[in-house]
Design a protein around this ligand. Structure first.
Ligand code: BGC
Length: 423
């Protein structure tokens, strides 16, 4: 029996665009309409979670979960510049109230990749004004929802956004350019810090208790050939840019190379109360002259290892390594995402047990982990891959919209109910 600390949060995570359906006013809606998603799929009605959130939270409660992470869709709340939608604000208050009624601690993400169309049309993260727009939106959310939200993520995986939107071009705006990446990274760091301070301003004024952090993607990165100096250099470069740069900037206030020449920004320093860790897999990286757009580094799938439906290696030990690495920042940590897309539910059950064992090991070794949010509650729209990858504890019938909890849902619910994992 591996017993988790009292008060440990057990939840699942979702994001607005992936589950709500009919997010017609954002950049992804247009990206899908232009045929950029695999098999030209579109998100469409998704899981109709916009209308079925009560039912989904009832399912989550039945599984004995006590927390839920979801995102607010900026394009619903502010459909045109400076104009906030009362009905959308009301909707998300209903969502939050429903979570409280279902005895769930809500964790809100304010930006999970999608941007309102009006922001995208003005250049998205390439326009310096986004700092003002984003802060205004965040402040509004803090004012309207602050009494109901104990845990905020300013944004989800800023480096993944940067990577997919400006390095691979798989996501909107799909412009591949090194020159664009640098100012965008700097702006994402500043936007996070401004959001952090805006939420705290509002909650202090109203005597609400809120903790603010962000969810970072952390891929364990190792050299393809540990004996090659070039591969070691490539792996450490990837790790320092994709895993560490954002974290170090927030910790020290120093925005490192290549974003700036170690510029110090006092507003950025210490702008977190907790760290959200999204962990999925490990990457073996080698030096490659053929990949200048990826800083001359290339990731290669390790043959003979267990993979998920999308070919990502299943590597539970990496969760332990990531947690131990993050512990140096001396902040509470939530695993804000961890999960597997597979059509074999038995593989998901095994994935959950093996990852929770690593999480437990990290806690035993002194890492302050406060909760675990499995990705995801229900199968949903997996960005450029469409609907084929199934990450859910429950399947969703796209026609009837009925939810079918899998055996892994039962297993995860048992673990949450006992606050322990039986090996
Ligand atoms: C993202 C989710 C995504 C999941 C699985 C995370 O990087 O935050 O939106 O669905 O990974 O790919």
């Amino acid at each position: 029996m591996l017993k988790f600390p009292d008060g440990f949060l057990w939840g699942t995570a979702t994001s607005a665009h992936q589950v709500e359906g009919n997010n017609t006013l954002n950049d992804w809606w247009d990206w899908e309409a232009a045929g950029h998603v695999k098999n030209r799929e579109i998100s469409g009605l998704a899981c109709d979670h916009f209308n079925r959130f009560e039912e989904d939270f009832t399912l989550s409660q039945k599984l004995n979960l006590n927390a839920h992470r979801f995102s607010i869709e900026w394009s619903r709340v502010e459909p045109s510049e400076g104009e906030f939608s009362d009905s959308a604000l009301y909707h998300y208050r209903q969502v939050l109230e429903s979570l409280h009624r279902h005895k769930h601690v809500p964790m809100v993400t304010l930006l999970h990749f999608t941007l309102p169309r009006w922001v995208a049309e003005k250049g998205a993260w390439e326009n310096e004004k986004i700092l003002f727009w984003f802060e205004r939106y965040v402040r509004k959310c803090a004012q309207v929802f602050g009494d109901l939200v104990p845990l905020w993520n300013t944004m989800n995986e800023p480096m993944v956004y940067m990577f997919e939107a400006l390095m691979t071009g798989h996501w909107p705006p799909g412009k591949i350019s090194l020159a664009r990446q640098i100012p965008v990274m700097r702006r994402l760091i500043q936007a996070h810090a401004q959001a952090y301070h805006a939420i705290h301003d509002e909650s202090q004024r109203n005597h609400w208790k809120s903790q603010v952090g962000l969810a970072v993607y952390y891929r364990l990165i190792q050299p393809w050939n540990p004996h090659s100096i070039l591969d070691r250099w490539a792996a450490s470069l990837r790790d320092s840019v994709f895993n560490q740069l954002f974290l170090n900037a927030i910790h020290t206030g120093i925005i490192g190379f290549p974003v700036t020449f170690n510029q110090f920004d006092p507003n950025v320093k210490g702008s977190w109360d907790f760290i959200g860790l999204n962990y999925y897999s490990r990457g073996k990286v080698r030096f490659s002259l053929g990949c200048p757009q990826f800083l001359f580094t290339e990731e290669i799938a390790l043959p003979g290892t267990e993979k998920n439906f999308l070919g990502w290696e299943v590597y539970p030990e990496g969760l332990y390594d990531a947690l131990v690495d993050l512990a140096r920042f001396q902040k509470p940590i939530f695993v804000t995402e961890n999960g597997i897309c597979t059509d074999e539910d038995i593989q998901r059950q095994d994935f959950i047990k093996r990852h929770l064992r690593e999480l437990y090991r990290a806690i035993q070794d002194g890492v302050d982990v406060r909760g675990y949010f499995h990705w995801s509650l229900i199968d949903n729209f997996e960005w450029a891959h469409g609907y084929a990858p199934h990450f859910g504890l429950a399947a969703v019938d796209p026609v009837s919209q009925r939810r079918f909890p899998r055996e892994s849902a039962r297993l995860y619910g048992e673990i949450a109910r006992n606050n322990s994992l039986e090996l």
